[in-house]
Write a protein of this length. Sequence first.
Length: 374
Amino acid sequence: MDTILSPLYTAVSWIIVQFHSLFSLVFDQSSGWAWGLSIFFLVVLIRICLIPLFVKQIKSTRNMQALQPKMKAIQERYKSDKQRQSEEMMKLYKETGTNPLSSCLPILAQSPFFIALFQVLNHIANNRPVGVLTAEQVDSARNASVFGAPIAAKFLDSADKVAELGAALTDVRVVTVIMIVLMSASQFYTQRQLMTKNVDLTVKTPFMQQQKMLMYVFPIMFAVFGINFPVGVLIYWLTTNVWTLGQQMFVIKRNPTPGSLAYKERQEKLRAAGKLKEDPKEVETREAVEAARARRQQPKRQSKSQRQQGNKPGGSGEPTSLEKQDSGGEASTGSSGGATAGQQPKKAGQKPGQKKSGQQRKGGAQRPKHPSKK
């Protein structure tokens, strides 16, 4: 393992030595600030080099979100044929130019440096030269402490081992616990920010459930494995998490995912500032919808007693249209035919003295009178 990663040990140790020489001009060369800031800027340098991969990761993540409905349709269509399903998936990736592994590129590229730093710090803890670090530099780094915790110390170290590094076990555990909590919290907030602000909420896909699960899994993993990391590695991971959080906030603010909450907020700000160029038809449609919504009036809500009072004959409610029509008809009949109150109005085409059809005998036409009664 050491033979394979030996070039990386040399590269990581060389970068740390160069930064340590720079910060030794300001701080004591054996202080924890000089060695701690060297590790901090090692992370910054690595993350700056990984910015192009981060841009590819953002594009790949967005493409994967957009392809989730099509991928789900392929899975349902070829549910019983796994080989055909894989072929259709690869065809879809090729047509859209999407690489599923692109979202993991920054982590994969960063992993060798993390392993190399971990091994370099282990060599320092065991007082063994590594890479370009001399025996004197290893001894200086081994005894350097950050807030009372040596850079090479771990949470699970025994009191005797911590005493060899010139520190107290309580100081080491307090510092490591605080750093582990901050590391897990920054990872959780980074993932939560991605889920709540930079995901298209109009499309419900399994990808969203996967990201939601990772939001809780990653902080737990950092908490579990963090107790086995030296303080120097905790500095490394805390720095890279904070960098990722800031980098993600910048991307979400400048270039959010279409359909996400951050995208809507950005569109509203640009529209209010007059910097957003929109299609005139879309503007006209939106204004028409807002105007119709403003003109729409909801009916006034009445209590049960008011509704019952309005339905009574002598109630104070407004007369209905049918009541108005009847009153109008009675008025016109009374004025033209002299009908008294309560008299039924004549039907159209009915002769005076003619009986209503309702008064006729049931069963058809009336029986003719007997000749003797004529």
